[in-house]
Design a protein around this ligand. Structure first.
Ligand code: URA
Length: 290
């Protein structure tokens, strides 16, 4: 390859990246159902290329059948029941992480590189729940490490919060509604959010923070079971209790939750940063009263 060709390739790649094209598609057609025949115990990652073609409906989910080692196919309701069962059975964050790693109900697991479970200190007083990992988070296996994560860190620092602070009071714990990256950074599908809910709700129960921050509309609407958008929900405290009825008995009481704008929205709409600032002051006021 000549130097000019190399430069042209690099320019083309840069252009694709700027346009948000982060997943490769193959030229040849692929059998999109091939993964259904993957033997139990085989690695979950598919050889299929990632596709960014709208919201998938997880209608068929292979589950382990221990008798004959063949996939037993589950429908949406069964996958949801399995998610609830696994989440409720987890007693520790390690249990929950391995339950998520082994749960085959999320089709996005097949296109993701790493499980993005959490970052920061699980014993922190404050837990923030975002939406879903992006490309950087998928690559590194940690939430909010890309460009929006950098803004989030800056915003949190304005009131002295830092996921890796020396002092315990300054620490924060961070996770997401979805722990696998939706391909091409598409929005999480409603069916994926429903399936993820038992896991994130159990995650909150086990971490047991004193305060919750729901970062962005997807997180706030899902966890507060709200119809309103983030601009209606933000700026006030909501009593959070798990929606998953099977988990209700495992919670000690409502946790105050503040809905805040997502940093990627603030990157697109910098004029809204004034609201992020007033939300941070509100959090600071609440922390002082803990
Ligand atoms: N956006 C999110 O909501 N979560 C991440 O981890 C990264 C970007």
């Amino acid at each position: 390859m000549t130097a000019a060709q190399k430069t042209a390739f690099i320019e083309a790649l840069r252009w694709y990246q700027e346009q948000g094209v982060t997943d490769a598609l193959a030229d040849a057609p692929q059998d999109a159902t091939a993964w259904l025949n993957t033997p139990i115990g085989a690695p979950a990652r598919s050889t299929l290329p990632a596709k960014n073609t709208g919201s998938p409906a997880p209608t068929l989910t292979p589950a382990v059948s221990h008798e004959n080692q063949q996939p037993a196919f589950l429908g949406v309701a069964e996958a949801r029941a399995e998610a609830v069962r696994l989440a409720a059975a987890a007693q520790t964050l390690e249990d929950l992480k391995s339950a998520l790693e082994n749960f085959e109900g999320f089709s996005i697991k097949k296109t993701a590189t790493n499980l993005v479970f959490a970052d920061g200190d699980p014993s922190a007083d404050i837990m923030l729940v975002g939406e879903a990992p992006g490309a950087d988070e998928d690559r590194l296996g940690r939430p909010f490490v890309g460009i929006s994560g950098q803004l989030l860190d800056k915003i949190l620092k304005t009131i002295g919060l830092d996921r890796h602070a020396q002092e315990h009071e300054a620490r924060i714990y961070i996770s997401n509604i979805l722990n696998w990256r939706p391909p091409g950074n598409r929005n999480p599908a409603p069916a994926e959010i429903e399936l993820a809910l038992p896991f994130i709700e159990r995650h909150i129960q086990i971490a047991a923070p004193k305060l919750l921050l729901f970062c962005g509309g997807v997180s706030a609407k899902a966890l507060l079971n709200a119809e309103q958008g983030i601009s209606r929900l933000r700026g006030r405290w909501h009593p959070y209790t798990p929606r998953t009825s099977e988990l209700a008995g495992l919670s000690s009481g409502p946790i105050p939750a503040l809905a805040v704008y997502h940093p990627s929205y603030l990157l697109r709409t910098p004029a809204q940063k004034k609201h992020a600032w007033s939300d941070m002051l509100e959090i600071q006021r609440k922390i002082k009263g803990l």
